[in-house]
Design a protein around this ligand. Structure first.
Ligand code: ZN
Length: 191
């Protein structure tokens, strides 16, 4: 299996300073979304590598161009299962964790497998984890936009927590638990 991990809100040609959502600065990660997803991306990568899963990190370009690049790389791994993760953290007062897919059976199964592991991690405030189909025509369109161009790999937009509601989870320890749950979900889905 191969997993493409995209730290979004960084390396955007039209907005190089973008770091996504923010909360009042914290000593760890400065309260910036793309700082925490940066840590998460490495933690997920480490856990996957430990389990023999190949990882290709992506973090530069317009999202549409990243998707094209992933589709190009994807051809080299034709006989393997492939996953693409767009890493984000939510904000705006929600009280759940969510993993968005494009509506395929594989996408729905993968998002559910990740949510099962997030629930098992028993982090305060994240017992409600929603696997959700995203589309261009409703409130899920922002999630849809982050993965819409990905072809063969099963694409998931990860929004594991709300930075404002789950501010207490913005620690190295909690991020590691979340990363571990995401990696374990992907591995259990692939078995
Ligand atoms: Zn975001």
């Amino acid at each position: 299996m191969i997993v493409f991990i995209d730290r979004q809100h960084a390396g955007k040609p039209n907005n190089p300073e973008d770091r996504g959502a923010s909360v009042e600065p914290l000593s760890f990660g400065l309260g910036l979304e793309a700082m925490y997803t940066g840590y998460l991306s490495l933690m997920i990568e480490e856990k996957l590598l430990e389990n023999g899963v190949k990882v290709i990190p992506i973090s530069d370009g317009f999202y549409a161009d990243r998707h094209k690049r992933v589709n190009e790389y994807s051809k080299r791994f034709k006989n393997e299962e492939q996953v693409y993760l767009a890493l984000h953290l939510n904000s705006g007062g929600g009280d759940y964790s969510s993993f968005f897919h494009m509506g395929s059976t594989d996408g729905a199964d993968l998002a559910s497998a990740i949510c099962d592991k997030v629930r098992e991690a028993s982090l305060p405030g994240l017992v409600r984890c929603l696997p959700k189909k995203c589309s261009s025509g409703d409130w899920t369109k922002n999630a849809w936009y982050t993965i819409k161009g990905v072809g063969n790999p099963i694409a998931i937009c990860c929004e594991p927590l709300f930075m404002d509601t789950h501010r207490d989870l913005l620690t190295m320890e909690s991020l590691r638990s979340i990363a571990s749950a995401i990696a374990s979900g992907i591995i259990s889905w692939s078995l």
